[in-house]
Design a protein around this ligand. Sequence first.
Ligand code: MN
Ligand code: MN
Length: 318
Amino acid sequence: MFYHVKELQFNARVSKPDPKFASMLLEQFGGANGELKAALQYFVQAFPAKMPYPDKYDMLMDIATEEFSHLEIVGATIQMLLGPTAGELKDQADQSEIMDLLKGKAAKEEFIHKAMVNPQFFDLNGGGPAYTDSQGNPWTAAYVTANGDLTVDLRSNMAAESRAKIVYEYLLQFTDDPYVKETLRFLMTREIAHFQMFEAALETIKPNFPQGVLQGDPRYSNMYFNMSSGADFRGPWNEGQSPQLGESWQYVDDPIRYVMESDGLQLHKSTGTPRTQEQVEQMNKELGERRSSHIRGSIPKADIQWSNYNSRNREPGR
Ligand code: MN
Ligand code: MN
């Protein structure tokens, strides 16, 4: 159940209208890394989490609801930045000194378009925010990544929060309005907070790597293919121990030769890893059973109820 509180989560203000910046800020309203995407992503991820992970359901719904509150703040800020409504603005443009210099209707229209960057504000929306990005591309559900595997979703969310954070950081460079800066700084900071919430939640699920159940083939999990010639770099991504599985990276310096001589890796022997095929298969089996029993155990067999009302045992219609 949603209940709307009329006040914003943060006291968003603007010093004066700035339709150009309003247009840029649309990126965080209906853009690929914006607040609508974040809200709907965590919201849809929450459903499959509810029964097996009620604690993560709680967190996902709390953060989704906060993202809707951010969407509201961004929408309100865009509206304040737009200033006068579309019709009034055209009148204002008519009266402005610039208009005196511009001869004819075409020049005036061009001025309005240039000033607004995104003419959709005036042509289509009657002067309010729209579910588009700053270029006018319509919002799409394709921005939302939800997988049903919580370790995958939580990592997607950390990536989403990283992108949202950096978009706010870029936007901050394009406004001098101290009130707008204050709001953007708040919104940016909340993404920093959310990143850590998702990271901490991921840490409570063990094991969380590799994602899912299947452990992968230990012959290939530690190979690095040097797929170019020239100045090649070495680092912890291709030498020493791999961070998650703790295997030694095997650097294949000449992949063409290696692939040819091993008959397309068929003759490749596992090196640098303590994991064997038998151990991996055993782990697959154990994890699969553990995962299924966890999910089975969390789902009631009959009279399934989402909420915790007292009337759990009341028969329907009575
Ligand atoms: Mn947000
Ligand atoms: Mn966030």
